[in-house]
Write a protein that binds this ligand. Sequence first.
Ligand code: SAM
Ligand code: SF4
Length: 330
Amino acid sequence: MNGLIDSYERKIDYLRISITDRCNLRCVYCMPAEGIELAESSAILRYEELLRVARIAVSRGVTKMRITGGEPLVRKGIVEFVTDLSSLKGLKDLSLTTNGVLLQEFAPRLKEAGLKRVNVSLDSLKRDRFLKITRGDNLNQVLAGLEEARKVGLTPVKVNMVVIKGFNDDEIIDFAMMSKTKPYHIRFIEYMPFNASEGWQKDKCIPARELKEMIERVEPLEPVTDLTGGAGPARRFRFRGAPGEVGFISPVSEHFCGSCNRLRLTSDGKIRMCLFSDDEVDIRNALRDGSPDKVIEDLLFKAVMSKPMRHHINDNVFKNCSRTMSLIGG
Ligand code: SAM
Ligand code: SF4
């Protein structure tokens, strides 16, 4: 079997599938409050189309998948889709990224359907601020969702916090300390430039190195040496004796492009080779014009071969991505 290897010898074995551009929140850095242009529903790939791409990708060596959006839990039929994906032979890891609002309700069924784990986005533990960031008053639901996910075994439960200077950076220690009482993996993510993050300025993005120093002024962190569950882009640590972990993801300050193993499939049927590049390969036409699997497979190879060596966030030539994260599938 020819696997998906790009022109820089990176093995591509991870596919992130965005199943919707809809969302039940409107995070300030991701979506405008009103007037977001949503795709026509006919433009969104049907589950059987998504599944077909997934099956072909797995036959070419993809072993890891993540379902994302928009908010994946708002799309009808998500549990059945997870059941279908998880039965693909060769797929070893299936996870989902969610804002957590509907997680308490869905966690047991998702687990039963074969989902392995979840990443939950949470940027504030304060009700007022949560409301300001997400434009939704759902903090308690998200916290209940986290607990339910842990209880049913969608583990490790990862909590992703996007840190924005002057906005929620005073909560870094509170988030880190959560890993001492809960087995959650708290991951601090650098604020990235996308279309909706109009106010993005480099100085609002705190480099992961500084975040770690801030935490270590309170209590030292030890590196996690047992990398079961995959190394991924996060640098992983824990407080001595803590059940949870603290991790740092630094796409802006220290890119990890050299080991990037992923492709993204957007909900409207484009393959994106890099989160920060607007280059896309359309796959929807081929899915709908009766093309055989070989054509879809060739499009996957074409996308992989045009994957850029690295992103250019820190170069002067960089412009914000024209799609928001909700459209790309974060
Ligand atoms: N709705 C789900 C959620 O919020 O987890 C899944 C999709 S969301 C687009 C995926 C991730 O992208 C979230 O963790 C969100 O915080 C992150 N994200 C969106 N815009 C971002 C930005 N400008 N910088 C960093 N992360 C961002
Ligand atoms: Fe919705 Fe997730 Fe974007 Fe927030 S980050 S608006 S929850 S898609």
